[in-house]
Design a protein around this ligand. Structure first.
Ligand code: NAG
Ligand code: NAG
Ligand code: NAG
Ligand code: NAG
Length: 409
């Protein structure tokens, strides 16, 4: 059930920690750049971020990763419409454009970022060594691009929309935002955009104070949250005992997690950049499965439009899982199988190592329990998320829009 809830859960955890730091230091907000593939869990995190106190957390820029779960035009329009709903048309949004990497290694300014770095040539179309693990239709990109069909029906539309040749590029907005001063970067999709940025602008590295990565599986052995005697209909017990979550390719590569697998070389660049990094891997997010109690509490507390949108998305997303999990075939690389039918490929595995090739990163391991032991919501995260999602910002949609779309849900 929790297969893709991780970005959202993890971002809330990080922000709680940063909130504590904030009170201790000076009074400037943390400037934030969010790089996302706009999957369901990602936009939950994005709404949460937008609703925090802007004197403490200022989300300035969003860059979109289009290597894995989503396609550029849909992802940009989705973000624009959500920003419009939140009265935040001021936030810059960047995505790749034509550009590329020349044979001699020269990286052109508007490099697309539609492909993993090692496959990026002078075109935005290419082989899909990693992306083929993502189903194109049901359960995959179609669902992310349309948010299960509810995106256009629910969200109001402002004046910003995707415009192929005029859309600001990810690299442009990254350069503008990061050169403006110290910043924190959240990577909640594959790492292509930031890796290209770092390779091209090493002099701006010093402005990135910290990178928070939602991705990887390190010591997790229960990535589907339902192993070892607790199997139910929605479980995939074959995923037990290994750290990864490539549910479409699990038999050939049980080690990788999607966000890293989407562009392993980009992840390598980011981790070896020398910038302080915290990884929130499946190990940590596995400790917060979505419980029935949470689902119910969320259903009952949908006061704001953003809470309604998130709840409807979650409900739609979870619905087909128990009934139909068959339509998710991706890559099944026969050269990766060993005798017992389990894979040996480890592309994209965030493995613990020591020695000269190793880098130091902080790794989150476990969510905080709810201090109220009598509450049915056992994790502090649930309380925080519901609180934040249900309060009103100091405007209402009717103030900014005459949209009729908004009342349909
Ligand atoms: C937002 O944060 C600032 C700085 O910590 C604080 O002074 C202010 O009271 C906060 N506003 C709200 C509405 O909590
Ligand atoms: C199954 O889940 C229940 C409730 O979450 C838990 O108390 C129990 O320890 C789990 N059993 C196993 C074998 O993991
Ligand atoms: C927005 O609407 C809600 C529900 O009708 C109301 O409680 C809240 O006060 C409104 N906020 C503003 C700023 O008008
Ligand atoms: C909303 O409707 C009013 C009255 O019909 C109109 O004057 C105004 O321009 C509209 N605003 C937008 C943003 O469409």
């Amino acid at each position: 059930m929790l297969r893709q809830t991780k970005s959202w859960v993890a971002l809330v955890l990080i922000l709680q920690v940063l909130g504590a730091i904030f009170n201790a230091v000076d009074a400037k907000p943390f400037r934030i750049l969010l790089d996302t593939d706009v999957a369901t869990d990602d936009f939950f995190a994005f709404f949460y971020l937008l609703k925090l106190n802007r004197s403490e957390f200022e989300l300035e820029t969003i860059t979109i990763n289009t290597n894995i779960w989503s396609d550029a035009g849909h992802a940009v329009n989705h973000i624009y419409d959500m920003l419009y709903m939140m009265n935040r048309d001021d936030i810059a949004v960047g995505v790749g454009r034509e550009g590329g990497i020349l044979e001699d290694g020269t990286i052109l300014p508007n490099v697309g970022g539609y492909l993993p770095i090692i496959e990026q040539g002078m075109t935005s179309a290419g082989y899909c060594r990693y992306r083929q693990v993502i189903p194109v239709g049901h359960g995959g990109r179609l669902c992310t691009d349309t948010n299960f069909g509810i995106r256009k029906a629910f969200l109001p539309h402002g004046s910003r929309k995707y415009s192929p040749l005029q859309q600001p590029t990810a690299q442009q907005v990254m350069i503008e935002t990061i050169s403006a001063g110290p910043i924190i970067v959240f990577l909640i999709g594959a790492h292509t955009n930031l890796a290209i940025f770092l390779m091209n602008n090493p002099h701006l590295k010093k402005n990135i104070e910290h990178i928070y990565v939602i991705g990887g599986g390190i010591r997790s052995e229960n990535p589907s949250g339902c192993c070892f005697g607790n199997a139910s209909l929605s479980c995939q017990p074959d995923m037990c005992g290994y750290p990864g979550n490539l549910f479409t390719d699990y038999n050939s590569n049980p080690y990788a997690e999607f966000n890293i697998f989407g562009d392993p070389f980009a992840a390598y660049q980011v981790y070896h950049s020398g910038i302080p990094i915290t990884i929130v891997p499946l190990d940590a997010t596995d400790t917060i499965p979505i419980t029935e109690h949470f689902f119910k509490a969320f259903e009952e507390s949908q006061r704001t439009y953003e809470a309604k949108y998130c709840f409807q998305s979650l409900k739609t997303k979870l619905a087909p899982l128990s009934a139909d999990k068959s339509d998710t075939m991706g890559l099944q690389d026969p050269s990766c199988f060993v005798e017992n039918g389990k894979g040996k490929c480890k592309d994209g595995y965030t493995m613990e190592v020591t020695g000269p090739g190793a880098v130091h990163v902080l790794v989150a391991t476990k969510a905080k329990p709810n201090p109220d032991v009598h509450s049915k919501l056992d994790q502090q995260f649930f309380i925080s998320f519901l609180d934040v999602s249900s309060y009103y910002l100091n405007f209402n949609l009717s103030d900014i829009s005459n949209s009729t779309h908004i009342d349909q849900m």
